[in-house]
Design a protein around this ligand. Sequence first.
Ligand code: BTN
Length: 337
Amino acid sequence: MTTKEKIKQILINNQGHYISGEEIAQNIHTTRACVWKNIKSLESEGLLIDAVTNKGYRLQCPTDAPNASAIEKSLRDKGLDISVEYFDEVTSTNELLKEYAKTNHNEKIIIAGLQTAGKGRKGRNFYSPMGTGLYFSILLFPNDKLDKIVNITAMTAVATALALDEVVFNGEDTTLIKWVNDVYINDKKISGILTEGYSSFESSEDNYIVIGIGINLYPPTDDFPKDIKDKAGWAIDTPILDKDIATIKSELVIKITETVMRYYDFSKTGALNPDDCLTIYRNKSNLMGSYVKINHFDGNYTYARVIGISDDYHLIVEYDDKSTEELSSGEVSVVKY
Ligand code: BTN
């Protein structure tokens, strides 16, 4: 890579942020004057760069859009026939696919640059700003297989955690999963999954599910909203120099989709077995042994210790009186002493 290419790469990897000339210079072992000269040269080639005194340089137009047709082709090469579309801005990728499923019957992925009405679990919002996150949904038509895929959300958590380990952390086992389906790093949630489904009384052919995945890749430019600031984190602290954001997003979409689709259709493709998935899920669980507060749907709560994950991905807890229970859904939070 030439010095100019390296500088362009650093700007791409820092989209949404200013990076000082000093920092760039240190990064590639050159001088600030050399950085400035190359920035001017990049500008003359048409790259739009903001230069602000005491802040540094920042790309004006984020180029973080993953290449939808390249993703589609890569999935097709792996034997997976699913169309892929990218939009700079949507309300919610889940909502778009649910609308699409009313009149279409083919499997599809929608990826968005930002969501104006990103949906989280339990009617919450999912903060989806531009540039720093990956937001996408997968539409599948399981026909009569709905019962076979009840654990698809937990499986998607495994797929997301594995993909992040591979694409972002060079294959190191870094991510954890908080029951039911949140992906964590260092005690902070970096990814959430929302699965929505439709089951028809008339024909199982009309059954569909939409699996929505949101990942905070970088710290948001304007910080997280107050209500999630203490809990939310991001996957990438320092730029991965050999990959731009678009590439990271594309690789994640491909890896996650591949794993989810293989699980969903594993009997045909003979690929990732649900048993392997359960083992990974158990190994990555960050609640084992923790004393937790269980928030029940009726607003009540109880306390118990987590003692395992059942074969159905239920959380097994033990109450103070030694009685046990398997929780199939709900929300728990770790009690800190
Ligand atoms: C949660 O943690 O509560 C679930 C968050 C799910 C967010 C994703 S982002 C892509 C898809 N579209 C949405 O509106 N929500 C999901």
